[in-house]
Write a protein that binds this ligand. Structure first.
Ligand code: GTP
Ligand code: MG
Length: 199
């Protein structure tokens, strides 16, 4: 898919404050610092559209970006970051949860998983929860440039095995590196296909 435009629309602190749900929407969730904002920038080919930081906890609101005038990319805060106050963390978790449950135009939730570190329990728990709620999701492994290929492959394989302990089949899986700009086209093609089904 060719990206001809990508613009920031609005930051919201609850799903009720989001734009009218009249276009297909794709949200990026995952632990703080996993690379959600960086992935969004890579997808649209813009370095600074979504704000990134080496410090976890950068994105604190629901951020809508309009792409090609006809679909939304959504950057969310991370889950499971221990160093922010408990109160803040709970507030974020509630609004991530409500957003995912009640946002009616969600085409797919992309759950980002850091491929450079061993499996994190919280990622599996989040997937379980999405499954229980019947939310359509895909998995995006990030930071494939940060470790040797055999280590990345091992982490990815272990993660897939663990998923298959609880599910009959794997969801769509993507491998990406925002650092090396790899994996964007596959995700954009997938988004295009899902959007087509929206009619
Ligand atoms: P929060 O908004 O805090 O939840 O974080 P986030 O998930 O949006 O992460 P962000 O995109 O801000 O990236 C966090 C850090 O990881 C930054 O220092 C990025 O440069 C780095 N990073 C993101 N993607 C990659 C990648 O593919 N490779 C490498 N090596 N670093 C990456
Ligand atoms: Mg972010």
């Amino acid at each position: 898919m060719k990206i001809s435009s990508a613009t920031f629309v609005i930051s919201s602190t609850s799903y009720q404050g989001c734009p009218a749900p009249d276009k297909p929407e794709y949200a990026f969730v995952g632990r703080s610092n996993v690379g959600k904002s960086s992935l969004i920038n890579m997808l649209v080919g813009r370095k600074k559209l979504a704000k990134t930081s080496s410090h976890p906890g950068k994105t604190q609101t629901i951020n809508h970006f309009l792409v090609n005038e006809n679909w939304y990319l959504v950057d969310l805060p991370g889950y499971g970051y221990a160093k922010i106050s408990k109160k803040m963390r709970e507030e974020w978790q509630v609004f991530i949860r409500d957003y995912v449950l009640y946002r009616e135009n969600l085409g797919c939730v992309f759950v980002l998983v850091d491929s450079s570190i061993p499996l994190q329990k919280i990622d599996l728990e989040f997937l379980e929860w999405l499954g229980e709620k019947g939310v359509a999701f895909a998995i995006v492994f990030t930071k494939t440039d940060k470790e040797k290929r055999n280590i990345i492959n091992k982490h990815v394989a272990t993660f897939k095995e663990r998923i298959l302990e609880n599910w009959e089949e794997l969801p769509p899986v993507f491998l990406t590196s925002a650092g090396k700009k790899e994996g964007a086209e596959e995700i954009l093609t997938f988004i295009e296909e899902v959007s087509r089904q929206f009619g």
